[in-house]
Design a protein around this ligand. Structure first.
Ligand code: AMP
Ligand code: ZN
Ligand code: FE
Ligand code: FE
Length: 283
């Protein structure tokens, strides 16, 4: 079932393969009318996205971001919708995060060389272009170098959290990210929570910091997953949201923009909250 809304997508400004314009045109053709661009640790794609969205008067484009955070043993990603991306302190923080991504990517490339799977750093850098560099860029360089057949295999063999080439990077805690996003008027949502340990505890910690939503509709989440996560969101008074997390990279878990069963009702709740907080005009 497809949805009118997709609140989680990536462009070439982070690790997606489509430009914001291509992404928005594709989503629009597929029937999406409320969409968020949520690149990793960058809002640099938003000016282009807003221009592209202006070409579709019945499309609401929500300025967003996805920020990675670290907890012992796993990663927690937080989306921020309706952020004031022009805020200078916020932008300075994002520049720092992107610089730490660069250093970490370099160390991962060094580790790969030690493992006998060299990839040219210049190639990783040029695949990332002006955008926030991430593991998917290294994965593509590994495919190009012939060390693996697919991006997924690159993650399975080398780049996943427990993989031999994985390197941690400096990250904020989930609470710090929720507070940072809230400080710039953003509405924070916990991303893809299905595999997170101690989810109830995390929500209890993040809710007072300003968390407003949690993804319950995502990629291959089953009806059971959705039901469980919806019930949890309800009990924590969080809006059950979601998106495709479309990167344009293919692979078994990819969903096309809008290709998730996110109903209109929670999307309307998010828009109503944005209106109440006076941030809806950022669309
Ligand atoms: P990074 O931000 O550098 O830590 O990379 C995280 C990104 O890598 C995620 O947003 C996904 O796009 C991608 N990713 C993570 N795990 C996998 C996987 N197993 N297969 C393919 N892509 C993945
Ligand atoms: Zn990504
Ligand atoms: Fe994520
Ligand atoms: Fe994502």
């Amino acid at each position: 079932m497809s949805s009118r809304a997709d609140l989680h997508t990536h462009s070439t400004f982070s690790d997606g393969l489509l430009t914001p314009t291509q992404l928005i045109d594709l989503a629009y053709r597929r029937g999406v009318r409320v969409m968020a661009l949520t690149d990793h640790d960058t809002t640099e794609g938003l000016p282009e996205a807003l221009t592209a969205a202006a070409g579709h008067p019945d499309l609401t484009l929500i300025p967003g971001i996805e920020m990675s955070t670290d907890v012992p043993g796993s990663e927690v990603h937080i989306l921020g919708h309706f952020i004031d991306w022009r805020d200078e302190d916020f932008q300075r923080q994002l520049v720092n995060l992107r610089e730490s991504r660069l250093g970490r990517a370099r160390r991962m490339v060094e580790k790969l060389a030690e493992l006998g799977k060299p990839v040219p750093w210049e190639r990783v850098h040029s695949l990332a272009g002006e955008g926030a560099v991430g593991r998917p860029h290294i994965a593509r360089a590994l495919v190009e170098a012939g060390h693996v057949a697919t991006v997924n295999e690159a993650f399975d063999l080398y780049l996943s959290r427990n993989g031999p080439a994985y390197v941690e990077r400096e990250r904020l805690t989930p609470t710090e990210v929720v507070e940072t996003l809230t400080a710039v008027g953003g509405l924070p949502t916990l991303a893809h929570p299905r595999e997170l340990d101690h989810l109830e505890d995390l929500l209890a910690q993040l809710k007072p910091a300003g968390l407003v939503g949690m993804e319950a509709y995502y990629q291959d989440y089953s009806r059971n997953d959705v039901q469980r996560l919806r019930a949890l969101a309800d009990s924590c008074e969080l809006i059950p949201l979601g998106g495709s997390d479309f990167h344009g990279m293919g692979g078994p878990q990819q969903r096309e923009p809008g290709d998730i069963p996110l109903p209109d009702e929670p999307v309307e709740r998010l828009l109503a909250l944005a209106r109440e907080r006076g941030v809806l005009e950022r669309t």
